[in-house]
Ligand binder design. Structure first.
Ligand SMILES: [Zn+2]
Ligand SMILES: [Zn+2]
Length: 267
């Protein structure tokens, strides 16, 4: 079967990624306005009404902005963990609550595993999607460091979308106050290009055929810096595609397993 991945856009002003498998559509995060999300879905050839589920990784606005309104308008199920629901003020009738390392069944050919990651004052999760036929996709943003659990799960993925938030020298030499620099680079902050490169070199496996770097800081990073740091670490061992998801999107789609672009248009 396979899983399709389309980033609707990624960065500190909004994040949302569409996963598709066997005519089942799920948004991982819904951090743009409802109007923007619908516009981006339509550009990607997806009728918003066909979104079956929305999964919110954590309560920060760039991941949660229009999730509740979208789920009501499109009659999609809304999934988040208990802390996210409480921070967003969503009640139990509005969302279904998942626990850590829980498998959410979105459809017969698509399930999502929630893997906790350290990030600020939130209870954030990385998502590992699986189609039950050996295709696995990791979506990982907003974390200060990778846990061993996460490394284990990423090591069997065919596709990984992972944040490369900042270039260490740019962050440290830039205009942010010291306290903010410490927060971003701390255990509960974001991944630097160097950390992302190091994680990718640990999880590299023969099945991995595409990587998307996402959530790049517009002030403290640049696409060429993120890409070169990652290539320096894995370039000689990785033969798949490496790309960057920017704030403006959607930009591109990937398929793990059997590629069938027509499914995206007709889903
Ligand atoms: Zn974020
Ligand atoms: Zn965040």
């Amino acid at each position: 079967m396979g899983i399709g991945i389309t980033h609707l856009g990624s960065g500190s002003r909004g994040n949302s990624a569409l996963l598709t498998s066997d005519h089942c559509n799920v948004l991982v995060d819904c951090g743009f306005s409802l109007k923007q999300t619908e516009k981006r879905l339509e550009i990607a050839g997806i009728d918003p009404i066909s979104i079956d589920s929305i999964v919110v990784t954590h309560h920060h606005k760039d991941h949660s902005e229009s999730a509740l309104r979208a789920s009501k308008k499109w009659e999609s199920s809304l999934h988040c963990n208990a802390i996210t629901a409480s921070r967003m003020g969503w009640d139990m009738g509005e969302c279904s609550v998942f626990g850590n390392l829980e498998r959410i069944e979105i459809g017969p050919k698509l399930s999502l595993l929630t893997v906790p990651v350290p990030h600020d004052d939130s209870d954030n999760v990385a998502i590992i999607a699986s189609d039950g036929s050996g295709n696995r996709v990791g979506i990982v943003t907003d974390l200060g460091e990778a846990t061993n659990d996460l490394i284990g799960h990423l090591s069997s993925c065919n596709h990984i979308s992972i944040e490369a938030n900042y270039d260490h020298s740019r962050l440290m030499g830039g205009p942010y106050p010291d306290s903010l620099k410490r927060r971003i680079s701390g255990r509960g902050g974001h991944l630097s290009n160097y950390q992302t490169a190091e994680i990718l070199s640990r999880v590299l496996n023969p099945k991995l055929d595409s990587i998307v770097l996402c959530h790049l800081s517009e002030k403290n990073n640049a696409p060429h810096l993120a890409e070169s740091e990652v290539l320096m670490a894995i370039g000689e061992r990785f033969e798949g595609s490496l790309s960057i998801s920017k704030q403006i999107g959607p930009e591109f789609s990937y398929w793990t397993g059997e590629s069938d672009p027509n499914i995206l248009a007709s889903a």
